[in-house]
Design a protein around this ligand. Structure first.
Ligand SMILES: *Cc1c(COP(=O)(O)O)cnc(C)c1O
Length: 390
């Protein structure tokens, strides 16, 4: 008999009752160190006092009015994002997929406004992940996402990542945009080279097409910069964010330059729940904290320590691991054993990690994780690796 909750996940048989900082507690009080942060969502950890206070204060005032009226919290968060990024304008939704999907809509509408509606193809990278709607599984194109869900949405072309020649060869008179994750997340923590990102930017500039970045996982301080593309010294035309911006409240956003958003006039897009007062209050508080230079510096410093310790772990267990990769606190350990075996062994040590493609174990701890907690996490991984070696 099918479970009341549709069985689309293979869940660990574990439920948490409450959380505090980087720790999660089960009903019977057992504690787990969280190196997953609910897939890079709990950017400030669990039950951050400022976020709890912000959410409670807004909950007592007003929950929802719809986008038929002005939403001051939305205006505040949009202004903050504009101030701290390349963007001139922001649309709020409730998830990552809505943000990537809108990114594609903006790009197509841009060319529609330019009188070239046939320029509607979007180039993406093989192994990427942009969400689960029909259009976004079509965008990523991998069989794992699309099988049985055909017919797929047309207008997406996948190319191998890393080759600027492949990207240049894929651009033609029907190309609207290129959409990439600066660091492939689900694909196995695969950072794109700064040089490659720069070349993509130049290719877009040369051919007039738009560059869309999916920073849903790598954005909001995760790499030690507010946005991952800052490392490459480039700016996109359109960018999708979600996950970390809400700190646990479902919130996504699509950021755009004024130029790219030229076609997005009244009536062209909408969302009932998007940008509601609760989510935007929390989002603004998260952004206030995370975008502080000292906060980002701290992430970079502690990430450096974590990385060093993880390199030591990998060197000490060449039978289990082959490499550490990623940026900041978006790290992946490529395994020689099936990644699930290590994740289960880590779970035995009360450490939460996440699987990713390419047989990688993902580490996406809350950005507030202390050096002591990182050392503790690596100790747990040592014990997990030793239990597999035996
Ligand atoms: C999680 C993720 C998405 C999808 O976000 P949802 O909130 O699950 O819709 C899209 N792109 C990337 C890079 C992601 O990590």
């Amino acid at each position: 008999m099918i479970a009341p909750v549709m069985p689309t996940y293979s869940r660990v048989d574990l439920a948490f009752e409450n959380g505090e900082g980087c720790w999660l507690f089960t009903e019977d009080g057992e504690k787990y160190l969280d190196c997953g942060a609910g897939i890079a969502v709990a950017s400030l950890g669990h039950a951050h006092p400022d976020l709890v206070e912000t959410l409670k204060a807004q909950a007592e005032k007003l929950w929802h009015t719809s986008n038929l009226y002005r939403v001051p919290n939305q205006e505040r968060l949009a202004s903050l994002l504009v101030e701290k990024s390349f963007a001139d304008t922001v649309f709020f939704g409730n998830s990552g997929t809505e943000a990537t999907e809108l990114s594609v809509k903006i790009a197509r509408r841009y060319w529609h406004s330019a009188g070239q509606p046939r320029r509607n193809n979007v180039i993406t990278l093989e192994g990427s992940f942009h969400g689960r709607t029909i259009a976004m599984i079509s965008a990523a194109g991998s069989k794992k996402l699309t099988e049985g869900f055909e017919p797929l949405a047309p207008g997406f072309i996948q190319i191998p990542g890393g080759s600027i020649e492949a990207a240049a060869a894929a651009v033609d008179e029907n190309t609207a945009a290129i959409m990439v994750e600066p660091i492939l997340g689900e694909g196995g923590i695969v950072p794109l080279d700064d040089g490659y990102l720069k070349s993509l930017r130049e290719l877009c500039d040369r051919s007039g097409i738009l560059l869309i970045l999916d920073e849903i996982q790598c954005g909001i301080g995760r790499t030690g910069r507010l946005f991952a593309h800052e490392w490459a010294g480039i700016e996109p035309d359109i960018m999708a964010i979600a996950k970390g911006i809400g700190g646990g409240f479902p919130l996504g956003a699509c950021l755009s330059t004024e130029k790219a958003a030229v076609g997005m006039t009244a009536g062209t897009h909408g969302s009932t729940f998007g940008g509601n007062p609760l989510g935007c209050a929390v989002g603004a508080r998260v952004l206030d904290i995370v975008s502080e230079p000292e906060f980002l510096e701290g992430v970079g410093r502690r990430a450096g320590f974590f990385r060093q310790r993880l390199e030591g772990l990998v060197d000490g267990h060449p039978d289990i691991f082959s490499e550490v990769r990623g940026y900041g606190l978006m790290l992946g350990i490529k395994c020689r054993v099936p990644n699930g075996e290590f994740i289960d062994a880590a779970l035995e040590q009360n450490l939460l990690t996440i699987a990713a493609g390419d047989n990688v174990v993902r580490l996406l701890p809350p950005l507030i994780m202390s050096q002591e907690e990182m050392a503790d996490a690596v100790d747990r991984m040592e014990r997990a690796a030793s239990s597999l070696s035996r």
